[in-house]
Design a protein around this ligand. Structure first.
Ligand code: PLP
Length: 396
């Protein structure tokens, strides 16, 4: 038996372990310290009423002979019509028309970000942004792919554009971005679509934070860009849209127009999913569909507004302090330049020791993250305000 020793090549992520260790040590030395965490990437508000009502109904239904359901509909890769219809309507509002068989309901974005590796030959060049959401890098290293990076930095506002001299087969784009909060505009996204079409490359577009985009001049789906259906898969999630991090539901769009070497990627993905996946539960799909009902949409957007208000509070403080940042306006993440040329971990220590505020050092997301720091808006509003007051006190 031979192991996949590519696992040995995954960069060891000390990031969250290190943060945990430092916070624990600080707590041990200062047992009464009132620590505020602005580093979490998880949501904190409970599921909205519309979702809870529909899921509860679905649980009851499953307990009756006439309402019981086993495996989901295999003809549609286990996605129920009521959810595919809701998603089709949601995309129609973005002027995107989708067919049932192009929508694959999943148990969240992360699973599909990894599973899609099944469709790719080992001999592919993968282009990732740096800084990067660590899972993109890890799944490709495990698959034995060659990974190259495009530099996201201060000069390009953390929105890197393609370099036509660079050859890539698979391109990852995350917009709004984790960790930087930066959002691609139409022109920049079009540049990537054109580049992918010219290179006959595949774009994997991660739209996990699309619901945070409030500015109507910004795209929320790559399919709003002409030509994207011929080169892009879109992976999305209800984790941050509707607080489903623990409930687990997402969806992946694989258009029929995606054809490589005469092979339909949609058909391949169908084959992969029916072989290795048995669907998202009926109860969860009912809850997911409720997110797109009038009440569910209103309630989940209220929650997003709550988080975005936290982001605005953090942003206003950074403006006042004259600290450069991006994100926070159409994203739950605020990516700031550490003041006075401090390195990411230096700034982490300063915030922990002097303000008892915990954030995430940018250096943990790639070399271009050094000197930057991520704060998130997923906390409690009062605690976020308190954290911001502490920041102002120590940084003024
Ligand atoms: N993609 C990005 C960019 C994320 O930040 C996250 C979670 O933080 C995910 C995907 C994972 O989403 P899910 O909870 O749907 O697996």
């Amino acid at each position: 038996m031979k192991l996949n020793n590519n696992f040995d090549n995954i960069p060891e992520s000390y990031l969250f372990a290190n943060i945990g260790k430092k916070v624990n040590e600080y707590k041990k030395a200062n047992p009464n310290a009132d620590i505020i965490r602005l580093g979490i990437g998880d949501v904190t508000l409970p599921l909205c009423e519309a979702v809870v009502t529909e899921m509860s109904k679905a649980v009851r239904e499953m307990g009756t002979p006439e309402g019981f359901r086993g495996y989901g509909p295999e003809t549609n890769c286990y996605s129920y019509d009521f959810l595919t219809d809701a998603l089709k309507k949601y995309y129609a509002k973005k002027n995107i028309s989708l067919e049932d068989h192009e929508i694959f309901v999943s148990d969240g974005a992360k699973s599909d970000l990894g599973s899609i590796m099944d469709l790719l030959d080992t001999d592919n060049i993968i282009l990732l942004p740096d800084p990067v959401y660590p899972a993109y890098l890890d799944v490709n290293v495990i698959a034995g792919h060659k990974v190259i990076f495009s530099n996201a930095n201060y000069d390009n506002g953390f929105v890197p554009l393609p370099d036509p001299s660079v050859k890539a087969d698979v391109i990852y784009i995350c917009s709004p971005n984790n960790p930087t909060g930066a959002v691609y505009g139409f022109d920049a996204l079009k540049a990537w679509v054109d580049y992918a079409l010219a290179q006959k490359a595949l774009i994997i577009f991660d739209a996990a934070y699309e619901a945070f985009v409030g500015d109507s001049s910004l795209p929320t789906s790559i399919y709003q860009v002409e030509g994207a259906k011929k080169c892009a898969v879109e992976i999305c999630s209800l984790s941050k849209t509707a607080g489903f991090t623990g409930t687990r539901c997402g969806y992946t769009i694989v258009p029929s127009d995606l054809v490589f070497d005469g092979t339909s990627l949609n058909k391949r993905w169908q084959r992969r999913q029916t072989t290795k996946y048995n669907g998202t539960s009926y109860i969860i799909q009912r809850g997911a569909a409720a997110v797109f009902s009038d009440a569910g949409f209103r309630q989940t957007r209220e929650q997003i507004a709550y988080y975005k208000n936290n982001a605005a509070v953090i942003g206003a403080a950074l403006d006042e302090l004259g600290i450069w940042y991006c994100g926070g306006k159409n994203s739950p993440y605020i990516w700031l330049k550490c003041p006075n040329g401090m390195k990411s971990w230096e700034f982490f220590d300063l915030l922990l020791e002097k303000a008892q505020v915990v954030g995430t050092p940018g250096a943990g997301f790639g070399k271009n993250g050094e000197g930057y720091f991520r704060l998130t808006a997923f906390g409690n509003a009062e605690r976020t305000k308190e954290a911001v007051e502490r920041l102002k006190k120590i940084l003024k």
